[in-house]
Ligand binder design. Structure first.
Ligand code: FAS
Ligand code: PHB
Length: 388
């Protein structure tokens, strides 16, 4: 096989890149290990920065999002019964869209099918070759060994993919912080407890009240890393969530059977550079953020913004400047999102070893948000996403 850009991974990053490049007349082949159904079964992000919203519209996949998505002007942060609202629109003139990653991926798959993009599922043994020369990819598909010659490779295969590891260890520099807790998340077909998100810090630990639509709620509670999903009955989850939400909010909580329950560990991770020869890393293949700042999916879109623009310049105008500066351009925005996600995680969670002084600092951070329009603006800019 031969193509212009080989894309490893059919998650949000790979599919969005494929959609944008094909609409610009650039040929791609997407190689995805799992089935489409498996990819769509994963419950992940829920909040889109406005830059991501505009990219999806530009990619021709914004129609259902605009019909079914929920535009939010702000969110709440609480500590015990104290609540502070951050009004994004008032603070920085921007909003966010609540629309699940599952739906985004669904829309991307449908759009890719409609334009006849090449997306291969059930691909195995992907290997990247000669990345500083005439790059090519080998893989197995439907029992056949295949070689795919290409001009470039986009590594969109997530944290556990093969792309990052194809960059020699002596070239790579990795930065990591692992948090001493995870998030237990549930989906329930119940009305959300509030029409906006509530990030709750509490002596017992962090909790988050989110949603997917007016009859589908998404809730999380911070749990020790040793906890397993089977340790948590629905009743235990609802009881713990109520203890951590402000009491006036907890009194409004509509509980019900959970239809999904999972535990995700929290880490901050960046691998530099995001380019090596003809390989360009995008999304979770290059970086991981704790979900506190709702940045994971949005950073994947951010990388795709820079890389798709760079490919368009290279193929359209013969100008490879964007490809040369891709790693620096993408990382500048990645590190800003890393800082935001890390700072919100440090502010809102209960750390096992933290001192009374550190807990006071957390309380004071929240009090500063209440007192200072400047602090709220910084929070609003970080949450709604800095301009590309
Ligand atoms: P993805 O991991 O989504 O996609 C990579 C794709 O590559 C996968 O489909 C995989 O099957 C495929 N692949 C891997 N190895 C391959 C190989 N060798 N060959 C071929 N294909 C291969 N973000 C938020 O903003 N908010 C959240 O609440 C949130 N919750 C999360 C919960 C969990 C459990 C996880 C794991 C992540 C969560 N995230 C969240 C982050 C998540 O949304 C990612 O940022 C987002 O999926 C990134 O998209 P991609 O970079 O496309 O990576
Ligand atoms: C979600 O709805 O899944 C969600 C929302 C905001 C976050 C994390 C997860 O910060």
């Amino acid at each position: 096989m031969k193509t212009q850009v080989a894309i490893i991974g059919g998650g949000p990053a790979g599919l969005l890149l494929s959609q944008l490049l094909n609409r610009a007349g650039i040929a791609t082949v997407v190689l995805e290990r799992r089935s489409r159904a498996y990819v769509l079964s994963r419950i992940r992000a829920g909040v889109l920065e406005w830059g991501t919203v505009e990219m999806l519209r530009e990619a021709g996949v914004g129609a259902r999002m605009d019909r079914e998505g929920l535009v939010h002007d702000g969110c709440w942060l609480s500590r015990g019964d104290a609540m502070v609202r951050v009004d994004f629109k008032e603070a920085c003139g921007r909003q966010v869209m609540v629309y699940g990653q599952t739906e985004v991926t669904h829309d991307l798959y449908d759009a890719q099918e409609a334009i006849g993009a090449v997306v291969l599922h059930g691909v195995e043994d992907v290997a990247l070759h000669d990345l500083t020369g005439a790059a090519y990819v080998t893989f197995t598909h439907e029992g056949q060994a295949v070689r795919l010659d290409c001009d470039y490779v986009a590594g969109c295969d997530g944290f556990h993919g093969v792309s990052r590891g194809s960059i020699p260890p002596e070239v790579r520099r990795e930065f990591e912080k692992v948090y001493p807790f995870g998030w237990l998340g549930v989906l329930s077909e119940t009305p959300p407890v509030d029409h906006e998100l509530i990030y709750a810090s509490h002596e017992r630990g962090f909790a988050l009240a989110s949603m997917r639509n007016p009859m589908l709620s998404r809730y999380y509670v911070q749990v020790p890393l040793t906890d397993r999903v089977e340790d948590w009955s629905d009743a235990a989850f609802w009881a713990e969530l109520k203890l951590r939400l402000p009491s006036a909010v907890a009194a409004q909580l509509v509980t019900g059977p959970t239809i999904e329950k999972s535990i995700a560990p929290l880490r901050s991770f960046v691998s530099e550079p995001m380019r090596w020869g003809r390989l360009f890393l995008c999304g979770d293949a290059a970086h991981i953020v704790p979900p506190t700042g709702a940045k994971g999916l949005n950073l994947a879109a951010s990388d795709v913004h820079y890389l798709s623009e760079a490919f368009k310049r290279a193929y359209g105008k013969g100008n490879t400047g964007g490809l040369e500066s891709y790693s620096a351009d993408a990382l500048a925005r990645v590190w800003q999102a890393m800082r935001f996600s890390w700072s919100l995680t440090m502010m809102m969670h209960r750390f096992p070893e933290q001192s009374d002084y550190e807990r006071r600092m957390q309380e004071t951070e929240l009090a500063l948000l209440e007192r200072s329009a400047t602090a709220r603006r910084l929070m609003a800019e970080g949450y709604t996403g800095l301009p590309f």
